[in-house]
Design a protein around this ligand. Structure first.
Ligand code: FAD
Length: 384
């Protein structure tokens, strides 16, 4: 094992398999009742009622302290739950960001009042969060954001524009990165994070349709929005440090390699008990990659549990995982080509393939592009 890249072999706790069975049974029972239908991508299947059911089971905020509504389980137990939800294609979209990122951020740098105010409701699946970072001219170069907060009596006034804000139209709050002082030679200073109330006067949310024609992300216009002092999260000026400390949570989970998993299983099913050589070789190769990625991702969950911040390892999981997710539709359409005239538009395999093909281009953009991740990996390895 390299000294720089550390991927210790993961070991799931003895409770994991019972928990896995519990999640599978819950999903099967709910499916039988017709309360949910599978979709491939964690970001495209919102269902607030289903999220509340997960909250009731204790599967949101699993690792957080009980006094904040959490369940004091381990990151590895959380891993098992998220993995089962993702491979089933369950509707996890609307609570995903709060569970993965906003909640842990509040837990780490929030005030006691913020923890008591937000975390129990997140864990019950009652309030949902999104991420307001990107702007029309600031994506990869996040430090160039222009949305500005100005200090006023009792709070801050915010003006600016955010884009690609996933599911803002379904959420209650956005963890929003803004400039709280003039740009300085150190471009990372004077940035701060706020818990933006999406129903505050001056917030407008407009849909941006994606390649598939769906409304998943949005433009958010912030026009003289007043936010009270108690909605600043962490210390003013610490925004960059806080954002980068979220990265291991944001980039290492199984959602970074399972977005097209349903297509892989559909491909295996299509091959049947005696697949031809091409299908057998392709699926065998993909499953081997999947197993390795899973081991790396689980290993990071173990490091997070130990209180570490494995950002470099997380960048590797996201880069390799996203490449894997994008490869599945590419190879699937080669070994099992779409022939609508033969199979018809309602062929289930075609429907899953179509969904994966249309979502695939976004996979390597959201949460950090391929080039940005490789830059981080190169720096971490001492190559730049
Ligand atoms: C499905 C989806 C959901 C998203 N959800 C959210 C969200 O909820 N909240 C949010 O804030 N943002 C969200 N985003 C935005 C996402 O974070 C940005 O798209 C991403 O950071 C890239 O920024 P950009 O689109 O401005 O592209 P750019 O930064 O303009 O990049 C364009 C191209 O140039 C390359 N490039 C840029 N800089 C460099 C460099 N220094 N070296 C080499 N190559 C470079 C990039 O890799 C990319 O290929 C989402 C995006 C997608 C696709």
């Amino acid at each position: 094992m390299s000294d720089i890249l550390r991927f210790a072999p993961p070991t799931l706790p003895p409770t994991a398999e019972a928990l896995r069975r519990e999640v599978r049974d819950f999903l099967a029972a709910e499916r039988a009742k017709g309360t949910w239908a599978p979709k491939g991508d964690f970001g495209t299947n919102p269902d607030p009622a289903f999220s509340r059911k997960l909250g009731e089971r204790g599967w949101i905020g699993m690792t957080w302290p009980r006094r904040y509504g959490g369940h004091e389980r381990t990151m590895l137990e959380r891993y098992v739950v998220t993995e089962e939800l993702l491979v089933a294609g369950a509707p996890v979209t609307v609570h995903w960001i709060a569970d993965r990122q906003s909640g842990p951020l509040i837990l780490r740098v929030g005030t006691e009042e913020q923890k008591l105010r937000f975390l129990p409701r997140i864990a019950r699946g009652e309030i949902f969060f999104c991420i307001g970072m990107s702007e029309p001219d600031s994506g990869s170069d996040l430090a160039s954001i222009r949305t500005r907060a100005t200090k006023v009596e009792g709070g801050w006034r915010i003006d600016g524009r955010k884009v690609w804000t996933s599911n803002a139209h379904l959420c209650d709050y956005a963890i929003t990165l803004v400039r709280t002082g003039p740009p300085e030679p150190d471009r990372h200073s004077n940035l701060s994070q706020f818990i933006l109330d999406l129903r505050a006067p001056g917030v407008s949310i407009r849909p941006i349709r994606n390649l598939a024609g769906n409304h998943d992300f949005n433009e958010m216009v912030l026009d003289d929005v007043f936010l009270a002092d108690d909605l600043l999260i962490g210390r003013p000026g610490d925004g960059w440090k806080q954002v980068t400390s979220e990265l291991a949570y944001e980039r290492s989970g199984p959602e970074r390699f399972l977005s097209t998993y349903r297509l892989l299983t559909a491909l295996v099913d299509r091959g049947g008990a005696a697949p031809d050589d091409r299908v057998a070789e392709t699926t065998g190769r993909l499953v081997a990659h999947l197993w390795t990625l899973r081991g790396m991702s689980l290993s990071i969950a173990g490091m997070l549990q130990a209180g570490e911040t494995p950002n470099l390892e997380a960048a590797c999981v996201k880069d390799l995982g996203n490449a894997f997710e994008r490869a599945i539709p590419e190879v699937a359409r080669l070994v099992a080509p779409r022939t609508a005239t033969v199979r018809g538009a309602n062929d289930p395999f075609d429907a899953i393939l179509d969904e994966a093909v249309l979502n695939a281009p976004s996979i390597t953009l959201r949460g950090g592009t391929r080039e940005i991740l490789r830059g981080i990996i190169a720096r971490g390895l001492g190559l730049r």
